[in-house]
Design a protein around this ligand. Structure first.
Ligand code: DGY
Length: 325
């Protein structure tokens, strides 16, 4: 009997072809009102779910009596109820590592765009407003030589620190659950408590995963502690930011700007007040969204599935106590 895998997000056809050599693959390139009923019908006899973002909770798991594994195609896994998966002996995996450099590129892109006001000035040129040498009201802020504070110094945070230190000569501060010796010795990163990091950084960069502990970590008090010239960047999860407090901090000029790739609700509502602000640069959760990296993530997720179905434990397992046999 071939194992059945239900894929519920767009993945490279190479990944699907690879899995089809050994398994039955049911593919939904997205879940919407028209595809959901068919997706739901396949849950009753699927062995594996592969995708990202979808909430894997009790309601969904109750519809999947044969499920052995959830292969999450992302490094973040706040959409998974891990303790329930473990309780039901369902293995969960994610795709760490392969996206670190790509997400760091995207975060730096947003940081530079916010500091140098690139989207605003792009529109200025294209709208035909450029009729003389620009003056101070359109000037940006330097990035090189400034202080970057990275909250969440895992693999992606470390890749950001590398760019900041070697590429831009920045001083790197970081806050993390544990010390990161590589970042300290190679990128001269200084460990800080959160208030000190917020007070000293010119760029505060959130790379912290979402959990009960980090929900709304960046709130009124935290924005108040930042420099008035600070730019806040969020490249991790929208849920770690109190978006109302961020909006207030921006309109009250408690901070100078923000660069956001992630939001509490995705896609963000086009009427959201944050989208009305000129000093907020946005991207649609593109951290890992390059052709090369999405293929690597898909192949890592696929290989994890084949390992688990063969009774092996992949290195990227999230709930080690789950019994895979
Ligand atoms: C992840 O993999 O969790 C990132 O958010 C992708 O951009």
């Amino acid at each position: 009997m071939k194992h059945k895998i239900v894929v519920y997000r767009k993945v490279n056809s190479k990944v699907l072809d690879y899995l089809r050599q050994k398994c039955e693959v049911i593919y939904f390139d997205q879940l919407d009102d028209s595809s959901y009923p068919s997706f739901e019908a396949h849950l009753k006899d699927t062995h594996v779910l592969m995708g990202s973002g979808l909430k894997i909770d009790e309601e969904l798991l109750d519809k999947c009596p044969q499920l052995k594994m959830v292969s999450n195609i992302s490094v973040g896994y706040d959409n998974l109820d891990l303790s329930l998966l473990t309780e039901r002996n369902i293995v969960a995996t994610n795709t760490p590592g392969v996206l670190n450099e790509t997400v760091a590129d995207a975060v730096f892109g947003v940081l530079l765009s916010a500091a140098r006001r690139i989207p605003e000035l792009d529109a200025y040129v294209k709208d035909g407003k450029w009729d003389a040498t620009i003056t101070e009201e359109l000037f940006g802020l330097d990035v090189h030589g400034k202080v970057i504070g990275i909250v969440g110094m895992g693999g992606i945070g470390t890749a950001i620190a590398k760019r900041a230190h070697f590429g831009f000569g920045m001083d790197v501060l970081y806050h993390n659950r544990s010390r990161n010796e590589e970042a300290e010795s190679v990128f001269n990163a200084a460990y800080c408590n959160l208030p000190d990091l917020l007070k000293q950084s010119d760029f505060v960069c959130s790379m912290v995963p979402h959990s009960n502990v980090t929900k709304d970590l960046f709130s009124k008090e935290e924005f108040n502690m930042m420099k008035k010239s600070a730019i806040f960047i969020n490249g991790s999860r929208g849920a770690v930011v109190d978006e109302d407090a961020l909006y207030e901090a921006l309109i009250n000029k408690e901070i100078a700007g923000a660069g956001l790739d992630v939001y509490k609700k995705e896609p963000i509502d086009v009427e959201h007040p944050l989208l009305k602000l000129q000093n907020v640069v946005t991207t649609p959760h593109i951290g890992s969204a390059t052709i090369e990296t999405r293929l690597k993530m898909g192949m890592l997720a696929a290989n994890s599935i084949l390992k688990v179905l063969a009774g092996e434990i992949p290195t990227n397992v999230l709930n080690e106590t789950a019994n895979i046999n």
